[in-house]
Design a protein around this ligand. Structure first.
Ligand code: AMP
Length: 307
């Protein structure tokens, strides 16, 4: 099975209570692709960077077997840059700056060799561009998409058009409520299902994730980590782990979707242990499997025997 990922590739500056890093690798599709690369390779990455994108970042992506044919390099331009700051509540962050740079006029062009891709993950970009990507792919088996408050507010009608083409929407809880005007998350998920996606996954940060399909509701915990350094990219790493697993197994049954949600939570939990994508430099598949199994223990309990 093959997986195409589109979204931002960028250079981040991040401040958390545990440190500050400047000019580190970031971007929504970077996190998705790196997380998914533990399950299927090569990942076909579609995005844009400027002439300033460091060689070591290209090398890192290639070291994870990510196919960069679809990554446009605009030599005369600058890479997308984003800065964010987290205070003690790591669930909320302030955006310090967003410099779109080459991303501002990004027109995703899907190379010929990518057009028969079976799985597609649309990272958080303009819903018009998400649709333009899909128009260039021949009948994908599954389309997973992400979005954010910026598009829900600014391009609501366009987003609704794109939602019709998505099979799975991965969205955080505040955004699910905003999209549907519905405070109850189960009802919000059901409302989203009427807009197109047949599977909705609502991310709840350190409180885990909720999977809703026609026939099931599944609640996954977040891994109880004691040392979190940087929450950036956790949602994208979740999406990458989820779609990577589904693409590897080529199975969208409810049971497989549940396992995929746990793989998503596993990848997200590793992501936040270090700044930027540092943790993925030495993370092994065996560590992922070990943590995946630990998840089962987290919510397992015995029935009390009463007489
Ligand atoms: P997440 O923490 O999952 O929301 O993803 C963080 C990544 O998204 C960072 O590495 C940023 O480079 C990237 N990012 C931040 N704002 C935007 C935006 N407006 N459009 C696309 N990517 C963004």
């Amino acid at each position: 099975m093959s997986l195409l990922v589109v979204g931002s590739v960028g250079i981040d500056t991040i401040e958390t209570p545990f440190g500050r890093v400047t000019d580190v690798l970031g971007g929504s599709s970077t996190y998705i692709a790196i997380a998914a690369s533990y399950f299927v390779t090569p990942i076909k990455l579609v995005g844009v960077v400027g002439g300033d994108f460091p060689k070591e970042y290209f090398d890192f992506l290639e070291s994870r077997d990510i196919d960069l044919e679809g990554l446009q390099v605009i030599k005369s331009g600058k890479t997308f840059r984003w800065g964010g700051r987290y205070l003690y509540d790591l669930n909320t962050r302030d955006t310090l700056f967003t410099d779109l740079n080459v991303f501002e006029h990004f027109n995703p062009v899907i190379p010929e060799s990518y057009r028969k891709t079976t799985y597609v993950c649309l990272g958080n970009i303009d819903p018009v561009l998400q649709r333009r990507v899909l128009e260039q792919i021949e009948r994908p088996r599954l389309v997973v998409g992400d979005t954010m408050n910026f598009w829900i507010k600014g391009k609501n009608a366009e987003l609704r058009e794109t939602l019709k083409l998505m099979d799975v929407l991965v969205i955080n809880e505040a955004e699910a409520r905003q999209l549907t005007n519905e405070p109850n998350l189960i009802k919000a998920a059901r409302t989203i299902m009427m807009l197109g996606p047949r599977v909705v996954i609502i991310k709840k940060g350190e409180h885990g994730a909720l999977l809703v399909t026609e026939s099931t509701i599944f609640v996954a915990p977040a891994y109880p980590l004691e040392n979190i350094n940087d929450p950036t990219g956790a949602g994208d790493a979740f999406a990458g782990g989820f779609i990577g697993w589904i693409a590897k197994m080529d199975d969208f049954s409810d049971e497989s979707l549940k396992r995929a949600v746990i793989h998503g939570s596993t990848l997200a939990s590793f992501c936040v242990e270090r700044f930027s994508l540092e943790r993925f430099k030495d993370l092994t598949y065996l560590e992922i499997l070990d943590r995946f199994r630990e998840f089962r223990e987290l919510s397992k309990f015995d029935e009390a025997i009463t007489v």
